[in-house]
Design a protein around this ligand. Structure first.
Ligand code: URP
Ligand code: ZN
Ligand code: ZN
Ligand code: ZN
Length: 494
């Protein structure tokens, strides 16, 4: 028996227009979008009268159950995806991260094993490249060609752990281009962080504020610029993850103006709060905001990044959801270098961006959709299957109440973590009903999820959105030498 569902009475918002329409879904796929649709008897109806109907959010950046800095992040693929759907996100993109010396392909299989049995909504993976040799190159080709992953993250920070030097990054960029993938970069200068964090400790600054002070904006901006230069020289596409500062965002925006194929991803934390909290007198509170690159100790940064999203200077939004409880953060109680880095976001990203973007008058509802799903789907090559409401797309939808508000709190959130960096914030824009693949998974405060019901979404190589521009640039910018007669004059003897 096919399962039919009708979302009735709402206003559909895509990234290019909004219109009054009902959405008829059959077996997880959108069948029809329009008014007065003929649907079979027994069709389940979701009332969206007077509400918006948006493509489900795509969180481009999570780390569920990540083994990191001696411990494991507490939101696993089950709780993490539950928190996602409770917030109107129907797809997450996590990172398979092998240690140096480990096969990236094995890491991908390991993450698939962890995620497949737990996810309650669809997901995808990026793959980190933390070392380099020919076997890594071969793995990357298999991962892109056969495993449905076309994005590879390198780290310019985390010295002696994940950090790659420039010559290796060049290999990754070249190889990504040869297999139709996109390189993602964690852009911070790890060498200077290593040096300056030691200086903080020498100065007796052991608390979370030291984490922020030893990696100021230019540390992020320099690495962002360097990654852009390397990618541009090779005409290989680049995606900068977790853009946390105004100056790093400026580097991306300037590069795009010069025609570089570079994309930037701000995250919910950077759009919704600041690094002031790292100076809080309660250590537990301060440590909860430690992440890398750091939240900036500057009130103007969140609004600036939001305007960059509205202008199209930045494109997609993630969260870097990588949560650790206070007792885990306390591994660094005497030395901020040992505080596991990471914050929450997967549940609140949509509401934070609605509040700080649409409610604040910076984003239109269509731009909100672009920033929370459509652009990510295009860059990572799953559009219009994801990120759009039209016949043939996956039935990942959220019925959104733009007028309602809620107050964020760790007491009511769906995360495993014991802290919420947005605690006490009242946000407009509330997900009423979340639909994953045509099934209601969250409605009016209640989860109706099935563990393992989400699927891995394979993403093919050579995303047109990314590679069309690469191709025309390759053709137009091919260096041409000067044709001249061979030199026939005298040459000195050596
Ligand atoms: O602090 C962070 N960002 N933790 C997760 C690892 C990463 O660099 O994305
Ligand atoms: Zn990172
Ligand atoms: Zn991350
Ligand atoms: Zn408000």
């Amino acid at each position: 028996m096919p399962h039919h569902l009708l979302v009735k009475g709402g206003t559909v918002v895509n990234d290019d227009r909004s219109f009054r329409a009902d959405v008829h879904c059959e077996d997880g796929i959108i069948k029809q979008v329009g008014l007065d649709l003929a649907v079979p008897e027994g069709t389940e109806v979701v009332d969206a009268t007077g509400k918006l109907v948006l493509p489900g959010g795509i969180d481009t950046h999570t780390h569920f159950q990540l083994p990191f800095m001696g411990t494991v992040s507490v939101d696993d693929f089950f709780i993490g995806t539950q928190a996602a759907v409770a917030g109107g996100t129907t797809m997450i993109m996590d990172f398979a991260i092998g240690m140096a010396g480990e096969s990236p392909l094995a890491a991908v299989e390991k993450w698939r094993g962890w995620a497949d049995e737990k996810v309650v909504c669809d997901y995808s993976l990026h793959c980190a490249i933390t070392w380099w040799d020919e076997s890594v190159a071969r793995d990357m080709a298999v991962i892109a060609g056969e495993k449905g992953i076309n994005s590879f993250k390198v780290f310019m920070a985390y010295k002696n752990v994940f950090q790659l030097p420039d010559d290796k990054i060049v290999h990754v960029l070249k190889h990504c281009k040869s297999i139709g993938a996109i390189m993602q970069v964690h852009a911070e200068n790890g060498d200077i962080i290593d040096e300056q964090s030691r200086r903080m400790i020498d100065l007796g600054i052991t608390g979370p504020e030291g984490h922020v002070m030893c990696r100021p904006e230019e540390v992020e901006a320099e690495a962002t610029n360097r990654a852009i230069m390397l990618a541009n020289q090779l005409n290989s596409p680049l995606y900068v993850v977790h853009v946390m500062s105004k100056s790093a965002a400026d580097r991306i925006s300037e590069a795009r103006r010069r025609g570089c194929v570079v994309f930037g991803e701000p995250i919910a934390a950077g759009l919704g709060t600041t690094g002031h909290h790292c100076w809080h007198h309660d250590w537990r509170h301060a440590a909860a905001y430690v992440m890398g690159p750091p939240l900036r100790n500057d009130d103007s940064t969140p609004g600036y990044l939001m305007h960059m999203l509205a202008n199209g200077d930045l494109q997609a939004t993630g969260t870097d959801n990588c949560t650790f409880n206070a007792d885990q953060k306390a591994l660094g109680k005497d030395d901020f270098r040992k505080i596991p880095n990471g914050v929450n976001g997967v549940e609140d990203r949509m509401s934070i961006i609605w509040e700080k973007g649409v409610h604040a008058g910076i984003l239109s509802p269509s731009q909100f959709v672009a920033a929370t799903s459509s652009n990510a789907a295009r860059i990572f090559n799953m559009y219009p299957r994801k990120g759009r409401i039209e016949a043939g797309s996956d039935a990942d939808l959220v019925v959104w109440d733009a007028e309602a508000s809620r107050t964020i709190s760790a007491k009511t959130h769906h995360h495993a973590v014991d802290f919420n960096i947005f605690e006490g914030m009242t946000v407009h824009g509330v997900p009423l009903v979340t639909i994953s693949r045509g099934k209601v998974v969250y409605a009016h405060g209640k989860l109706m999820t099935v563990k393992g019901a989400g699927r891995f979404i394979p993403r093919g190589a050579y995303s047109d959105f990314v590679y069309e521009k690469i191709r025309v640039r390759d053709r137009a910018n091919l260096p041409v030498g000067v044709k001249r007669e061979p030199y026939s004059g005298p040459v000195i003897k050596l």
